[in-house]
Design a protein around this ligand. Structure first.
Ligand code: SAH
Length: 394
């Protein structure tokens, strides 16, 4: 050992390097480091920190799997595909093929794909779909439900990911008081950004539309009675009309229309009995027995929610002075009381913080805005996992 080593040894055991650990006990800092490094807790914390630090790559790998069509390719190979099958069928040029095994290995580790162990040396095994990636297959008959691949692309769009990069700067006071991280990143709010960028507008609306089809399958089968006494319904902020069309198909007695902004529905022709009305929900909502708000109120702060709900109240009372109702499909944070559902709700809430002035609300927060808008009672039920359906009455 040279001079440097012996100097280190002396300083590590000097009084200066001791640490107080109890009423009479001192241990050297070297010993304390050794104790810490052999602690299973620290080892666990270290690996968890690494995994969390890189967890944005889970989103990006999922987006990449959808863009490359990996779930579709496995589905087309009969539900199981070897690495050579994938290499032959995916739109990956020769120079990038050597990287593919590393991407699919990551997709296996994150639960997007399953891997049957290799049966022989040199065999790379067979990749299968998992219940999660079955939700990403375009062929609807494969799942008995709609593909959520467009939803993945919509929610990992470059505007949202770019906005998330501004979260800490925003917290430290960057931008104006009423800015969102989205506005800091892109100079405008989400709806205006979509108006200016028709391509992303389409990706976003197609994505929400795909999610609406799945959600409405559950609404129709689990709580169809919500629509029993409804003759006319307007889906406010109804996006590309997926929800309204699903309601019109399942309940032909309901005459449905969609109210949304001109860049969202201006070019959509009436179909499946659904009418499209360009308008601003803040200033007027057409009369109807029921007003539906799906994933709309979570985009807005309490004050704007009260404005929207006040317009909803006018719309249902002018159609039926005795009643009518507002139907809200959104999350009620904490309901159901279940860890994985709660995780989805608070993640979704952070997404709203990044992209809008809105939030996901708990039961108490919902009740406050209902009362402020003059509604007297409501009934809440879980409709699909972490999503609830609320019927709201004046
Ligand atoms: N209800 C749909 C879309 C939710 S996204 C679904 O669940 O899939 C919110 C919608 O509100 C978007 O379609 C957006 O264009 C619309 N929107 C935003 N501001 C609006 C306004 N002032 N008036 C009407 N619609 C508006």
């Amino acid at each position: 050992m040279g001079m440097g080593g012996s100097r280190y040894f002396h300083s590590a055991t000097s009084a200066h390097n001791t640490q107080y650990i109890g009423s009479r006990q001192y241990i050297s800092r070297t010993e304390s480091r050794m104790a810490a490094s052999s602690s299973p807790e620290l080892v666990q914390a270290h690996v968890e920190l690494w995994n969390l630090t890189y967890s944005y790559l889970k989103s990006m790998a999922l987006q990449c799997a959808v863009e490359l069509g990996i779930p579709n390719a496995i589905h087309r190979s009969g539900g199981a595909a070897s690495l050579p099958d994938l290499l032959a069928n995916l739109p990956v040029p020769q120079a990038r093929k050597p990287y593919l095994p590393r991407l699919v290995r990551f997709l296996v580790v994150t639960g997007v794909l399953a891997l049957d162990a290799p049966v022989a040396t040199g065999d790379s095994g067979v990749y299968r779909l998992t219940p999660l990636s079955r939700l990403l297959v375009d062929d609807a008959r494969a799942n008995g439900c709609t593909s959520l691949a467009p939803f993945v692309l919509a929610q990992t769009n470059r505007y949202h990911v770019g906005a998330a990069m501004h979260l800490s700067e925003w917290f430290k006071g960057g931008g104006d008081d009423d800015d969102t991280p989205f506005r800091m990143a892109h100079g405008t709010d989400q709806w205006d950004a979509w108006r200016r960028d028709p391509q992303v507008n389409k990706v976003f609306m197609d994505g929400l539309g795909s999610d609406s089809q799945l959600t409405l399958d559950f609404v129709v089968t689990r709580c169809g009675e919500v629509f029993d006494s409804v003759g006319t319904l307007v889906d406010v902020g109804g996006g590309n009309g997926s929800t309204a069309r699903a309601i019109a198909r399942a309940f032909p007695h309901v005459r449905c229309s969609v109210l949304d902004l001109s860049h969202v529905i201006g070019d959509i022709q009436p179909s499946d009995g659904v009418q499209y009305i360009v308008g601003d929900m803040m200033s007027s909502i057409p009369p109807a027995d029921a007003v539906l708000l799906k994933h709309v109120l979570h985009d807005w702060n309490d004050e704007d929610c009260v404005k929207i709900l006040t317009q909803c109240k006018k719309a249902i009372l002018s159609e039926k002075p005795s009643g009518g109702k507002v139907i809200i499909i959104d999350t009620v944070v904490g309901s159901p009381a279940n860890d994985i559902m709660f995780q989805a709700q608070v993640t979704f809430d952070l997404n709203m913080m990044v992209t809008t002035p809105g939030r996901e609300r708990d039961e108490h927060e919902w009740r406050n805005i209902f009362m402020a808008a003059g509604f007297r009672h409501h009934k809440t039920r879980t409709v699909l996992g972490f999503l609830s359906l609320i019927e709201l009455y004046p």
